[in-house]
Design a protein around this ligand. Structure first.
Ligand SMILES: Cc1cc2nc3c(=O)[nH]c(=O)nc-3n(C[C@H](O)[C@H](O)[C@H](O)COP(=O)(O)OP(=O)(O)OC[C@H]3O[C@@H](n4cnc5c(N)ncnc54)[C@H](O)[C@@H]3O)c2cc1C
Length: 310
């Protein structure tokens, strides 16, 4: 166990007790976490983790909460946000060194502005570097794993550099598992003026398609389900296309709705609860299984839910 006094006495940054996770997730859903920790700097973050481990207090790192569904009863233990402590980045020649809390849209824009290629298509992903590596985020033919050269992690109290060739990245997955990601080094490609023009055109077109095809004016957590592996999906349809084919666009449970714009997005159209979102998840999954024989897997990460609840 840990006392509030010990926590407040150890962590130099902010510690909020019973903070609502609606404020810290893109979907704006979820109950409160016992301890919401916003460390002041990297040393403070590592100190907080050492304390939690010594006291056996469960904790998770979160970035922008853009891929999270938090249970209505909240989360026991601590959630540590990385944006302040690990939000820095620097660019030297074609090497980007970024803390886990650095924002992907910011560094994607910055590096492309310096004629460096490799991350420019990731600009529309509203997460952090840590979240992007944990999820192997990708868009429009680029994945973060294709530029990562090494990742700095905190493992059993020690900071280690893990070369990319020792990490297995898959579709929205990364073998670092529950490791604490502190930052990463990314090797980008110097682009010629002609390449910049071409990539710039492709990028503008991709962003236009994205804003036309995603419900960006509503709170949401991005794609709810992963696209099924081709060998398990004879239809060849994406998760969103299958949900759409089941006629589920617009299906509403409480304040949560399967988006009319993109069937693989669930939006918070009012005061949605996590239970409403979960009802839609279960229903979409069941209908797709019946119609296509495909078991959809979640892409969003659940916090505060029982293991194997879904
Ligand atoms: C409108 C919208 C569009 C999106 N489009 C895309 C897209 O095109 N492609 C795509 O891949 N994703 C997309 N997403 C999903 C999401 O933005 C990405 O998965 C993003 O990388 C998550 O980053 P985050 O910082 O928000 O992570 P969070 O949502 O906060 O966390 C996600 C997971 O990463 C873990 N994590 C976060 N930081 C760390 C760390 N430092 N160390 C260890 N683990 C950590 C968390 O514990 C959690 O398991 C979209 C989301 C939205 C809302």
């Amino acid at each position: 166990m840990i006392s509030t006094e010990e926590l407040l006495g150890t962590i130099r940054g902010e510690v909020l007790l019973g903070e609502s996770m609606k404020e810290h997730t893109a979907l704006k859903v979820g109950g409160s976490v016992d301890f919401f920790v916003d460390p002041l700097d990297r040393e403070d973050l590592c100190g907080a983790i050492a304390l939690f481990e010594a006291r056996n207090l469960p904790y998770e790192l979160i970035g922008r909460g853009s891929n999270l569904l938090v249970h209505d009863d909240g989360v026991r233990g601590a959630l540590i946000i990385t944006s302040r402590a690990l939000g820095g980045y620097s660019v030297r020649k074609n090497i980007l060194t970024a803390g886990a809390g650095a924002l992907l849209p910011v560094i994607a824009e910055k590096t492309f502005g310096l004629s460096l290629g490799g991350m420019e298509m990731l600009q529309g992903i509203p997460g952090t570097v840590g979240g992007a590596i944990a999820m192997n985020a990708g868009a429009h033919g680029q994945e973060i794993s294709s530029v990562v050269s090494r990742v700095e992690i905190l493992h059993e109290g020690r900071v280690c550099m893990v070369p990319a060739h020792d990490i297995t990245f898959g579709y929205r997955s990364c073998s670092l598992g529950r490791s604490v990601i502190l930052g990463a080094e990314m090797k980008l490609k110097k682009l010629s003026d002609a390449e910049c023009d071409k990539r710039g055109r492709l990028r503008r077109e991709a962003f236009r398609r994205r804003s036309d095809s995603q419900p960006l004016s509503w709170p949401n957590a991005g794609s709810v389900f992963r696209n099924p592996r081709p060998e398990e999906n004879p239809s060849g349809l994406s998760a969103g296309q299958m949900i759409d084919a089941c006629g589920l666009k617009g299906l509403q449970r409480g304040g949560a709705v399967i988006s009319e714009t993109h069937a693989n997005f669930i939006i918070n159209a009012g005061d949605a609860r996590a239970a409403d979102v979960m009802e839609l998840i279960v229903e979409a999954r069941e209908r797709v299984r019946t119609m296509f024989g495909v078991q959809l897997e979640l892409e969003i990460k659940l916090l505060g839910f029982a293991k194997n609840c879904c």
